[in-house]
Design a protein around this ligand. Structure first.
Ligand code: SF4
Ligand code: SF4
Length: 438
């Protein structure tokens, strides 16, 4: 794609990077075939190629974002399916990140939108506030249908209440003993939303790792990974979170930390991008790049541990590959391999490359599209006739749970159980027969 940025514009590193990205696009449109919003809405401006044109026009002409640009960029899930499809290697992720920052800086959203976004940015990344908000949401939940009937901005409020759930129970005390001669020392990102909604996920990961000789450290001072602010274009908020975590983990690296593990793949994609996020910060660029290199999704790390093979079980698992994991991090084989090694039958989900509609705060900010995508995903899952659904991202887990009675659980909860841990709470009394066949 030809571009015509001026030298003055290109002096800005963010613009220079976007220009390099734009030049790689050859307009072929292959990406449209795998873009969830294009498939659902059928509008070229809701496809990757259409959005690329909108972004190019806005940046090249140094224009503030307008309502049309904001609408079509807001509808993008940042699922990155288009990046997996693109034969030219267009780095859509960093292009749309830049566009979101530009929109945030130059476009004045309608009041209700501004208020909702400010609320999400001030609550979700902070576990104490988020927990309090969930308790408050319980009181408002009986009025969901009233909010839905009002329509307009109230639809988003209704979506938020429907998805809010309740804080997860405190996980049982750690079952693991610290290995006397650990094979490695790792930290697991505590996370913000997940640590409130389902703290048992990290506990399952800790149990599992410790059982296979890995020492877990809990560094003081860790905060939200920054993903929530980052995806809303709140660049400075996101960088503040990132710097804080870089400081915390760098101190641990100096004491001998081998890896930072992530159990929420949406966060993992951003932590693996820390080097890029702070590339222009001379005090942090190197340290942030080092953290990114040592960051792994939990499934990547477990796959390296060579867990023992179990015989086949009579349990079929539909594995939902979160977009952030399959498209953002290109981690596709490891979760399936781990499930099969633990004896489960893995059922592939039709249209597995298409987003479930969760996408961070997307299911709150774009509830109608998110719901269509959720239902589309659940229809494909139902076709597998699996006993349970497994994913590696709390956002997807919450989204899918809101539309199905089939148990939805995190990969590590199922693996922990398979290797001797407790029954995952999501299975409740409906524990299917997971006995290993003789
Ligand atoms: S990130 Fe996803 S929703 Fe956005 S343009 Fe790409 S494929 Fe479409
Ligand atoms: S597939 Fe890649 S090169 Fe083709 S239009 Fe989409 S982004 Fe551009």
């Amino acid at each position: 794609m030809q571009t015509s940025f001026s030298p003055v514009q290109l002096a800005d590193p963010a613009v220079a990077e976007s220009e390099r990205i734009l030049r790689k696009c050859v307009h072929c449109g292959f990406c449209t075939a795998t873009c969830p919003t294009y498939l659902e809405l059928g509008n070229e401006l809701d496809s990757p190629r259409g959005r690329i044109y909108l972004i190019k026009d806005m940046l090249e002409n140094d224009r503030p974002a307008n309502e049309e640009v904001a609408r079509h960029i807001d509808r993008c899930l940042s699922c990155l399916s288009c990046m997996t499809t693109c034969p030219s290697g267009v780095d859509y992720m960093h292009l749309v990140d830049h566009a979101r920052v530009h929109i945030e800086k130059t476009y004045r959203r309608p009041l209700a939108d501004r208020l909702l976004r400010a609320l999400l940015a001030r609550i979700l990344p902070y576990p104490t506030r988020f927990r309090a908000a969930l308790h408050a949401a319980r009181l408002a939940r009986p009025f969901v249908s009233v909010f839905e009937a009002f329509g307009g901005p109230f639809t988003r409020l209704a979506a938020m209440l429907r998805l809010s759930g309740t804080p997860g129970p405190k996980p049982a005390a750690a079952l693991y003993a610290v290995p006397s001669a650990p094979k490695a020392r790792v930290a697991i990102l505590k996370g913000c939303a997940q640590s409130v909604l389902d703290p048992g996920i990290n506990r399952a990961a800790e149990n599992l790792l410790a059982r296979f000789g890995i020492e877990i450290v809990h560094p003081e001072g860790e905060v939200c990974c920054g993903a929530l602010s980052h995806h809303m274009g709140r660049e400075e908020d996101a960088r503040a979170f990132v710097r804080r975590n870089v400081d915390v983990w760098t101190r641990e690296i100096e004491k001998g930390l081998d890896a930072v593990l992530i159990t929420t793949s949406g966060c993992g994609t951003v932590v693996k991008d820390y080097g890029h996020i702070l590339a222009e910060d001379r005090h942090y660029a190197e340290k942030a790049a080092e953290i990114a290199l040592r960051t792994f999704d939990i499934s990547e790390y477990l796959a390296r541990l060579d867990l023992p093979s179990a015989g086949p079980r009579e349990t079929a698992v539909a594995y939902h590959s979160a977009c952030s994991l399959q498209h953002g991090q290109r981690v596709t084989l490891q979760p399936r391999m781990l499930l099969e090694r633990a004896g489960f039958t893995v059922k592939e989900i039709g249209e597995g490359h298409i987003c479930c509609g969760s996408a961070g705060t997307y299911n709150i900010l774009q509830p109608a599209i998110a719901r269509r995508l959720r239902d589309r995903k659940l229809r494909h899952i139902a076709e597998t006739q699996a006993d349970m659904i497994v994913a590696g991202n709390i956002g997807c887990i919450t989204q899918l749970r809101s539309g199905t009675r089939t148990p939805v659980l995190h990969l590590v909860e199922l693996l922990d159980w398979a290797y001797g841990g407790p029954v995952p709470p999501a299975l409740g009394a409906s524990v299917p027969n997971t006995e290993v066949s003789k």
